[in-house]
Design a protein around this ligand. Structure first.
Ligand SMILES: *[C@@H]1O[C@H](CO)[C@@H](O)[C@H](O)[C@H]1NC(C)=O
Ligand SMILES: *[C@@H]1O[C@H](CO)[C@@H](O)[C@H](O)[C@H]1NC(C)=O
Ligand SMILES: *[C@@H]1O[C@H](CO)[C@@H](O)[C@H](O)[C@H]1NC(C)=O
Ligand SMILES: *[C@@H]1O[C@H](CO)[C@@H](O)[C@H](O)[C@H]1NC(C)=O
Ligand SMILES: *[C@@H]1O[C@H](CO)[C@@H](O)[C@H](O)[C@H]1NC(C)=O
Ligand SMILES: *[C@@H]1O[C@H](CO)[C@@H](O)[C@H](O)[C@H]1NC(C)=O
Ligand SMILES: *[C@@H]1O[C@H](CO)[C@@H](O)[C@H](O)[C@H]1NC(C)=O
Ligand SMILES: *[C@@H]1O[C@H](CO)[C@@H](O)[C@H](O)[C@H]1NC(C)=O
Ligand SMILES: *[C@@H]1O[C@H](CO)[C@@H](O)[C@H](O)[C@H]1NC(C)=O
Length: 505
């Protein structure tokens, strides 16, 4: 595939891409972290168990995402078995049952998005509640709602930073209810005020949690989105705590997203209301026949579509803290069954956990901040110096030079490796590459060594603006290449110090 486009990011960071399918990608988690974005996926707790697909489900979540949302394990229909009777076993496995204990989420350095406190359809409200509807007074209903939200949000207080308080409230069609909301048990008992109560109770149960409204089919504006705006304006006018909107983004590959279009305008309207915005359930379906794409080119098209939505998220940062897909492998997706197998292959990994063009495009978009080429590297703390090698040997030391920096041992051939990382080779000894040693030691060391493609020779780069970058070794990507107090070139923990930032020019 040979598409070459140029994007301008932050006004300073340029990328050009020809997607390369590398053997061993560093993982979208690393690339997203370096961009300050949370990348997430909906997961199913039972698939996270080590015996599922030889652990590949679990390991791919840990490798590629910083954030999960349980697909159904925090939904009322799953945990609310009866009045005051809960089944928290899956949620506890994820988060730990008490404030002092941890679960899979913390043990793997992940975060979790809570989904959802109320799903506004009767079909999704616990059966026992509907069965007793006739005997439940409005007062009782309000108590039930309060107890449920206090219990669930309270149990995981401080462990769930974002909650979908209400999911899928607004109907696609005109009806006689305020904001065209769906009919449901809660509406029949409490009217539109139940929406307010849900946010207020959630806020009381965890004042630090960010409270979201989540819905589908609103990403491009239109009738339903307008009703969501009306609802939000009403909630805000009533001083109800609401902090963000989750736009689900279950879309077809034919939906294109470009800067300035209705998708961007709709996002801006939410942000103008001082709300954060998350892409919460992205999947991009491809028309299928006999378990194959009708048009094989759709897999590439889908890659560009994923990239365009990631661009949209990056464009609105920091109001868009996260992008989550609904699942991550085509092995487990709701789309085929929900469309009678006319749509499918909607996610970035295929059914065998192999990265698809969607994966490579997102990696490129996040991690490829510099074009291949010959560059000088100057520490921001000493901009009139540059990094060079001390000898002609293939295993030379590196040091800072002053002066014009126009010798070939003072310039670096930068090459994107397609796996989310780069190689730096001195122009004078192009068969060697910048190599990190003892990367986890308090100060790791650096020199050049014959290029053998080891992880110690691969580097991540993150853009800090104005041609200024941080450079980190793949094996310790949170650490950085730096100049120490005695002007040695080392690997150290990342701080704000200008000796850790490089002008690449
Ligand atoms: C609670 O949930 C777990 C995990 O989904 C399940 O195995 C168990 O049967 C459930 N218990 C009850 C009483 O429903
Ligand atoms: C849990 O943590 C609290 C404070 O963080 C502490 O007071 C309490 O003793 C801890 N409980 C257990 C069982 O460790
Ligand atoms: C809803 O009703 C309004 C006014 O009657 C009408 O203009 C609009 O087209 C209707 N929308 C839908 C989605 O039915
Ligand atoms: C699903 O697709 C099959 C095969 O094309 C067709 O026979 C069946 O009627 C479809 N079912 C529905 C509910 O559309
Ligand atoms: C590198 O080699 C060239 C020619 O072989 C020589 O002129 C130069 O002095 C050498 N540089 C260093 C730093 O050893
Ligand atoms: C290197 O820089 C010096 C000083 O600016 C200049 O005199 C010299 O011509 C430059 N050499 C090359 C090859 O550009
Ligand atoms: C890495 O650390 C080991 C053990 O401290 C040391 O022997 C070795 O010289 C170090 N390597 C480099 C290149 O600094
Ligand atoms: C570097 O960071 C790691 C992880 O946070 C920490 O364990 C280590 O002590 C730090 N090293 C130094 C020299 O500050
Ligand atoms: C980038 O450089 C320009 C001009 O030198 C300066 O005005 C601007 O403040 C710089 N921005 C950052 C983020 O450093």
């Amino acid at each position: 595939m040979k598409s070459a486009l140029i994007f301008i990011l932050l006004g300073f960071c340029f990328t050009q891409y020809v997607t390369v399918q590398a053997q061993n990608p560093i993982g979208l988690k690393v690339s997203a972290s370096l961009r300050g974005l949370l990348l997430g996926a909906a997961v199913v707790v039972k698939y996270l168990q080590p015996n599922i697909d030889q652990g590949q489900y679990n390991s791919n979540v840990v490798k590629n995402y910083q954030l999960i949302v349980p697909g159904y394990e925090l939904k009322p229909e799953h945990i609310w078995l009866d009045e005051n009777v809960y089944n928290f076993s899956d949620a506890d496995w994820l988060l730990g049952a008490t404030p002092n204990t941890t679960g899979w989420v913390q043990q793997n350095g992940m975060q979790l998005r809570g989904h959802t406190l109320v799903w506004a359809y009767d079909m999704r409200i616990p059966r026992w509640l509907l069965d007793r509807e006739a005997s439940i007074t409005p007062e009782k209903a309000k108590t039930l709602l309060r107890n449920y939200i206090y219990t669930v949000v309270g149990r995981y207080r401080g462990k769930i930073q974002w909650w979908d308080v209400i999911n899928e409230l607004i109907s696609n069609y005109n009806n006689t209810r305020p904001f065209y909301i769906a009919n449901s048990f809660w509406y029949r008992k409490l009217g539109i005020d139940y929406v307010k109560y849900a946010y207020i109770f959630a806020h009381e149960a965890d004042p630090d949690a960010k409270l979201y409204y989540n819905d589908f089919g609103i990403q491009q504006g239109g009738f339903k989105a307008d009703r969501v705006f009306d609802l939000i304006d009403w909630l805000k006018s009533e001083n109800v705590p609401i902090h963000g909107v989750g736009i689900q983004w279950h879309i077809k590959v034919s939906e294109t997203v470009t800067p300035g279009d209705a998708h961007y305008q709709t996002a801006q309207r939410f942000i103008d209301r001082n709300l954060d915005l998350m892409v919460t359930e992205l999947d991009i379906s491809i028309p299928m026949v006999d378990s194959h794409p009708v048009d094989p080119n759709d897999i590439q098209r889908q890659g560009l579509a994923y990239r365009s939505i990631l661009d949209y998220v990056l464009y609105f940062a920091p109001r868009t803290p996260a992008l989550l897909t609904w699942g991550f492998t085509d092995r487990y997706s709701w789309i085929p069954a929900a469309t009678n197998y006319t749509q499918g292959e909607a996610l970035p990994l295929d059914a065998n956990y192999q990265p698809k063009p969607a994966y490579w495009q997102m990696q490129d978009d996040l991690a490829r901040v510099l074009l291949n080429g010959i560059y000088r590297l100057s520490p921001k703390s000493q901009p009139s110096t540059c990094l060079g090698i001390a000898g002609n040997s293939t295993r030379s030391a590196v040091q800072l030079y002053t002066g014009a920096c126009n010798q070939t041992n003072q310039q670096w051939n930068l090459m994107w490796l397609g796996d989310g990382t780069y190689r730096f080779s001195p122009q004078s000894v192009d068969s060697s590459a910048l190599n990190a040693y003892n990367v986890t030691a308090s100060t790791g060391t650096v020199r050049i060594y014959e290029w053998i493609g080891s992880f110690d020779q691969e580097w991540v780069i993150s853009c800090q603006g104005n041609a200024t970058y941080r450079i980190g070794p793949r094996n310790a990507w949170q650490r950085v290449l730096a100049v120490d107090q005695t002007s040695n070139i080392v690997i150290m923990n990342s701080t704000r110090d200008e000796r850790q930032q490089w002008i690449i020019h």
